[in-house]
Design a protein around this ligand. Sequence first.
Ligand code: AMP
Ligand code: MG
Length: 360
Amino acid sequence: MAQGLTILGLESSCDDTAAAVVRRDGAGDAEILSNVVIRQDDLHSAFGGVVPEIAARAHAEKIDLAVEQALAEAGVTLTACDAIAVTAGPGLIGGVLAGVMCAKGLSAATGLPLVGVNHLAGHALTPRLTDGATFPYLMLLVSGGHCQFLRVDGPDAFTRLGGTIDDAPGEAFDKTARLLGLPQPGGPSVEAAAAQGKTSVPLPRPLLDRPGLDMSFSGLKTALLRARDAVVAEHGGLPRDRRADICASFQAAMTEVLAEKSRRALHAHPDVTAFAVAGGVAANRSLRAALTELAGGANLPFLAPPLALCTDNAAMIAWAGAELFAGGRRDNLTLAARPRWPLDGDAAPMLGSGKRGAKA
Ligand code: AMP
Ligand code: MG
């Protein structure tokens, strides 16, 4: 039987400075020994989005602390680890560099091997960490910076089946909140308002009339802006109940588009063993309910990792590193930080880019 592995993981590609220690036993089962996330929300909240320079500086200041804390909580020393896994992209380059430089320093000091991990692979492999998912499975990654369908056939075998051609869903939730005067992050505040409203505002279902799995959310945002302006013109302001109606209608449009595209993806890949989601938007209860029903209808388990492992974290990076390391992957001090790094090199390049930087 293969040997067990203990992997230190580092993540700093957006606005969370994270370090974790994960064990993968000889049978391939996982145990998270620690999972430290130092959030930066307070640093960025005044700007209505992540400011790359502020994020990079905060990562550089906090990444050592996160590593120390992750090792202490796991009760392991650095030299007891088998390798250091680090997010090497895609993401905000200053942040990615902070993590990669830290990992290189630790590797140079200890002689431990490095494994550069694609951040999206971290998300995409999380169902194996949390639920022991078996290949192949289908994943919908929906976050503040990404939206794509992936077919996962192995730790380094991803096929991008389609995705957004402009905004990511989380970005659309955040912009909706901003347009309606609701607090950030927009997802939870729009969801809470939606619970009080009716789906009475007509909003488009972009690209549903076209075949395939590509999606678009920027038109939805424009339609929402018009709906808001119409309410303001009528009432001389935005009454709370009408705002709730706009939120409910927006969430319904979003859910319908994501669910219908998911249905098509599952239909086109009848051999998958599970349907999984990851990313912050997967926290949305309306979306979860729709996707759970869809997977049930296809007789597949619906795998939604706990929220702390859906959003950015280093346990997923350590785990992806463990899977790659077990398969023989080794990087060295020439490891490059990459702002763009498509998971599926064969897929057509994506259009557009969002507030969280370039889409991969
Ligand atoms: P991530 O990019 O994975 O860190 O996730 C953050 C994004 O998820 C932000 O854009 C949030 O607005 C969004 N989000 C968080 N909770 C929810 C929710 N309940 N409904 C919709 N979007 C959400
Ligand atoms: Mg992410």
